[in-house]
Design a protein around this ligand. Structure first.
Ligand SMILES: CC(=O)[C@@H](O)[C@H](O)COP(=O)(O)O
Ligand SMILES: NCC(=O)COP(=O)(O)O
Length: 238
């Protein structure tokens, strides 16, 4: 079974565009869960342009499904935030400060020692750890050596190439997921997954444990409503 974690960064972006508290990020998280989401994902960044650090504390109080905090652990503030909130899962993402969104996975070989220390720190706080990687077998093997529980496959390239040739678009992901199984890692996926490309990704990767989806899902919700949209995504994962 593949769990759907809804990334609510875009809800915070909308709220921040006007000041005030509309839409209310905490209420949206509660409603996503009520509508069937099996997890809530947030990706705070140092400039707090969408999810704010305080949101994470507020969300921790109400989330009853899986809470997944994504972010760059080279930021001391991020590490402190995770340790203070002890989410179900922390996903380590090497996003640069000035990047609009995540744009690459870890080089798990170059950064192995640093990742190893961070993984140990988060695991001793009781969090499951996932490392964001491109679909490259060597990087998956490198991730296994850090002691992480899971990897999250960065699916931008799959999503981008899906409409041209989906068999080719998914090929490296299938190999990377197989390698993860061989080295004992769980597999998550995320970035630019959508109603169009989700089912094929799930069908191609039988060991896919969780997808985190934000941008496309929130865009779809403008047309279909949040409850219907979450149901539509869950249907693709059946
Ligand atoms: C880790 C990742 O892949 C991202 O997709 C990210 O968490 C999305 O967040 P933003 O939409 O805020 O860029
Ligand atoms: N980890 C990926 C995520 O949380 C959402 O990415 P996107 O669907 O907003 O591209």
């Amino acid at each position: 079974m593949t769990k759907l974690s809804v990334n609510i960064n875009k809800i915070a972006t909308l709220r921040n565009s006007r000041g005030g508290n509309q839409p209310n990020v905490v209420q949206v998280a509660i409603d996503c869960e009520k509508f069937g989401a099996e997890g809530i994902t947030v990706h705070p960044r140092p400039d707090e342009r969408h999810i704010r650090y305080q949101d994470v504390y507020d969300l921790k109080e109400v989330i009853t499904t899986e809470f997944n905090i994504e972010g760059n652990p080279t930021e001391k503030k991020f590490v402190e935030l995770v340790l203070a909130n002890k989410p179900t899962q922390v996903t380590l993402v090497p996003d640069a400060l000035n990047a609009i969104t995540s744009n690459a996975g870890w080089d798990t070989i170059t950064h192995r020692e640093r990742l190893k220390d961070l993984v140990a720190t988060f695991k001793s706080a009781g969090c499951r750890v996932s490392i964001f990687v491109d679909p490259i077998e060597k990087m998956v093997e490198g991730a296994a050596e850090t002691g992480t529980d899971r990897i999250e496959l960065y699916t931008e390239s799959y999503a981008h190439h899906y409409s041209k040739n989906r068999e080719e678009a998914v090929r490296d992901y299938v190999k990377a997921a197989q390698m993860a199984a061989n080295v004992g890692l769980g597999v998550n996926g995320g970035h630019d997954l959508s109603l169009e490309n989700l089912r094929y990704f799930k069908e191609s990767i039988p060991n896919l444990l969780e997808v985190s989806i934000g941008h496309a899902l929130i865009c779809d919700a403008l047309y279909f409503g949040l409850e219907n949209t979450i149901q539509l995504y869950l249907r693709e994962l059946e």
